[in-house]
Design a protein around this ligand. Structure first.
Ligand SMILES: Nc1ncnc2c1ncn2[C@@H]1O[C@H](COP(=O)(O)OP(=O)(O)OP(=O)(O)O)[C@@H](O)[C@H]1O
Ligand SMILES: [Mg+2]
Length: 321
């Protein structure tokens, strides 16, 4: 609902013509007509107050009209954009990308263990679908320093001084700003269904949620479970970490090690830190601790075969050298 449409409704309810409202409020007939037809997005504060007094509205209606006027004053620069760059060498995940690409709106939840690549997948998909959502692509970290709703309002063009202080006011403004828009929203790192219900965009938009939890309580979502990488994808990832030459020189070791990387969910995150040798070293540490029983059984290799663990530890050492 826009300010103009609501103004028209209230004027009709009051049984006033545009001329009569103009006479009561001191606002010109032309200005009232422009607002009601949506040609003027919203009046200034003084004009709004004059119209509210002239219509003799109750407090609830006055608050609503003020909010709609404020939303109209906020210049939403379209398209809006707050996506980080995508991982250029993302491997595998074609099926998952296809599933997201087949969606023209609604809600998709990408869930899986820490470091399996949920955020990387969501960001890649958001970039790929740029053309489908002309009003923009936004990503908000739900665990970030700024409360997510505040972050989103600012990303949607709301100046800091116009962000309401109370949560209800923020939600209402957020909904007004989203109305009629076609944008893609990534809600990254969700913990509860409740926060998604508040923040998800309208059905005409696509909301991609990433979470370590399945968030099964969201009734109308599409779920994508992200597990370990397939062996070819894991080998490809390994090659991007330690260099394709070493993988080509010793494909058996690479395959064996990639099984450790993919199926054992050797955290993809380990690639993000340290030198290639250091990253392969992490893998070695993992296996060595597991082999020596330094970690409790639940954290040991999912494979129950100690010999295979030792074998993988050796492959990691060979990769490090
Ligand atoms: N398929 C992939 N190909 C290449 N790199 C990947 C892939 N998946 C993840 N990565 C890399 O692994 C690291 C961790 O990925 P990401 O942050 O997306 O995981 P996550 O599942 O969102 O983790 P968290 O649960 O902690 O939020 C990143 O550096 C990312 O670049
Ligand atoms: Mg993440």
């Amino acid at each position: 609902m826009t300010f103009g449409a609501r103004l028209l409704q209230h004027r009709k309810n009051a049984g006033l013509s545009q001329e009569e409202l103009s006479a009561r409020s001191g606002v010109s007939v032309r200005a009232i007509s422009d607002m009601e037809r949506g040609r003027a997005r919203s009046p200034q504060r003084r004009t709004t107050e004059a119209l509210l007094d002239a219509l003799d509205l109750d407090e609830t209606s006055r608050d609503e009209l003020r909010r709609l006027a404020r939303a109209g004053r906020i210049a939403v620069t379209s398209p809006v954009w707050s996506l980080p760059p995508y991982v250029a060498d993302l491997v595998g995940r074609d099926t998952e990308l296809d599933t997201i690409a087949s969606m023209h709106g609604g809600l998709v939840v990408v869930h899986g263990a820490a470091g399996t690549g949920k955020t990387s997948l969501a960001v890649r998909a958001a970039h790929l679908l740029e053309g489908r959502f002309p009003d923009g692509q936004l990503l908000v970290e739900l665990e970030g320093a700024t409360p997510p709703l505040e972050r989103l309002l600012k990303d949607l063009g709301t100046p800091a001084e116009h962000v309401p202080e109370d949560a209800n006011g923020q939600t209402r403004l957020y909904r007004s700003l989203l109305a009629g828009k076609r944008l893609l929203l990534v809600l990254d790192g969700a913990s509860t269904e409740e926060e998604i219900r508040t923040l998800r965009a309208d059905p005409g938009c696509l909301t991609i949620v990433t979470s370590r939890r399945r968030l099964a309580g969201l009734a109308d979502a599409t779920w994508i479970r992200l597990g370990g990488l397939t062996e070819p994808a894991a080998v490809e990832l390994l090659a991007s970490i330690i260099g394709p030459a070493r993988v080509e020189a010793d494909p058996d070791t690479a395959r064996s090690s990639s099984r450790c990387a993919g199926c054992r969910r050797w955290r993809c995150g380990s690639r993000a830190t340290g030198s290639p040798a250091g990253r392969a070293g992490r893998c070695g540490t993992w296996w060595s601790r597991s082999r020596n029983g330094a970690w409790p059984r639940s954290r040991r290799a999912t494979s129950t075969c100690a010999a295979r663990s030792r074998c993988r530890w050796r492959t990691c050492r060979r990769l490090r050298s």
